[in-house]
Design a protein around this ligand. Sequence first.
Ligand code: SF4
Length: 310
Amino acid sequence: MSNREIRDFIVQDYIKRFKAVLENGGKESLPDDEKELFEKFEKLGPDKFLSEMMKEITRDLREGDIKKKRLSFRRNMQIVFQDPMSSLNPRMTVGEIITEPILFHGIAKTKKEAYDMAGDLLKQVGLKVYHLDRYPHQFSGGQRQRIAIARAISINPRIVILDEPTSALDVSVQAQIINLFLDLQKSYNFTYLFISHDLGLVRFISEKVAVMYLGRIVEMGDTEEIFNNPIHPYTKALLSAVPIPDPKVERKRKRLILKGGVPSPINRPMGCFFHPRCPWAIEGKCDVQYPELIEVKENHYVACFLVEKS
Ligand code: SF4
């Protein structure tokens, strides 16, 4: 997506939602961080708002230091994608793939130095130095993901985003990759942002968990607290769907089955985004106002009208 497409998408999305807010209710249905923008929309009207926003975002994108900020952001934050086959360039050798960011960010001065570093990285992720000359299609899925991990950590980032990094792999390979993540974290001391639908894996790997629904965090806290004491109705429904590997307990497991499907993220419902599916929705409140995330206990945050601030 180009900068222009992103800009158009963001502005059009705001206009669509703000028009719906004007027609169906007040600005209480908006999250706090969007209320100021909505006031501007109300004041200017859709056409003028559109041209103002376009000008503002275009100016931001042209700002001289944005390029520098983007570079330092990329240096500190790397990502491992779900499918290593499509995230690795099939026309580049593993050596070229791993040395590219090292040379780009000036971590190595010469190609030889960068290749030496890439060889060390391959050994750390469980591959061999001679793999540097091979192409991605010559590896298995698990090995390809190891290459993607080596590329991500090659510039020593502070945060690594793991976007469903094991969902395309066999269960036995999944376990190896997760253990590799944990070992690398100990040696490099970076933070992981682990995105997954596999709640067992989330519980195993995370120290803190944030549950999202339609692009917003609905519950957040320490992992054991969220798994042992879920408060938001959506978190309760998610956790009730996790099978328990003990037939006796599993037979007694009560499921909270939600009605309906997930609405489109570009046309989210008014008020609490979850209200059309929530068994405890309060009419006249949940469909009108947006619940902000509040701290209900130390390090436990929930966005729901059923709970009160601690
Ligand atoms: S705010 Fe209302 S609709 Fe949303 S989760 Fe809580 S009870 Fe359900």
